[in-house]
Design a protein around this ligand. Structure first.
Ligand code: HEC
Length: 148
């Protein structure tokens, strides 16, 4: 019983650590372009607030978000009627768990209102699968278009 309680306590702590990592990864690596509140910056990077939750209603959106952090993207992207032509770096130096955490941070902090009711957090396994078969820019653009 004692062992079970320790295991449960560790699980809870690990959950908290993952949540904190997501914010830490975001603040240190994403906020410079996308801004601390995810509002984006004109001419630099599109908003991540209020623009991503709905995408998770379809499978393409669920592939798009892990895909863009693994592969990066430098294309013309319209968001909320504004055209962005910047460079989204890839973030392959981060672990699958860190990338899942940063995406979950963005989704559950900046996109809560639009998340589908059956949303389940993005898993590290999904990042691992994406890393193993890195999407092309063409695939990313198609998945983005299919998950508007
Ligand atoms: C150097 C600036 C820069 C940094 C740093 C950056 N991004 Fe981006 N991000 C961009 C740009 C520019 C785009 C649009 C790419 C394009 O036009 O093809 C983008 C697009 C995105 C998109 C897709 C948005 C959409 O509407 O489809 C997501 C999600 C995203 N970034 C997440 C992140 C995360 C998470 C981080 C941190 C790990 C991060 N970005 C760091 C510049 C940046």
């Amino acid at each position: 019983m004692k062992r079970l309680m320790v295991a449960v306590a560790c699980g809870l702590l690990a959950g908290v650590a993952v949540a904190q990592d997501g914010k830490a990864v975001y603040d240190a690596n994403c906020a410079a372009c996308h801004q601390p509140d995810g509002a984006g910056a004109l001419g630099l990077a599109p908003p991540l607030a209020g623009t991503l939750g709905k995408r998770l209603a379809v499978p393409e959106g669920r592939k798009y978000l892990p895909g863009i952090v693994i592969a990066g993207l430098a294309s013309k992207m319209e968001s909320k009627g504004v055209l962005y032509e910047g460079i989204m770096p890839n973030w392959q130096q981060f672990s699958d768990a860190e990338l899942a955490a940063v995406l979950n941070h963005v989704l559950t902090t900046f996109n809560t209102a639009e998340l589908p009711a059956d949303f389940t957090p993005i898993e590290a396994d999904e990042l691992a699968a994406t890393r193993a078969k890195k999407p092309t820019a063409k695939e990313l653009r198609a998945w983005r278009a299919a998950s508007q």
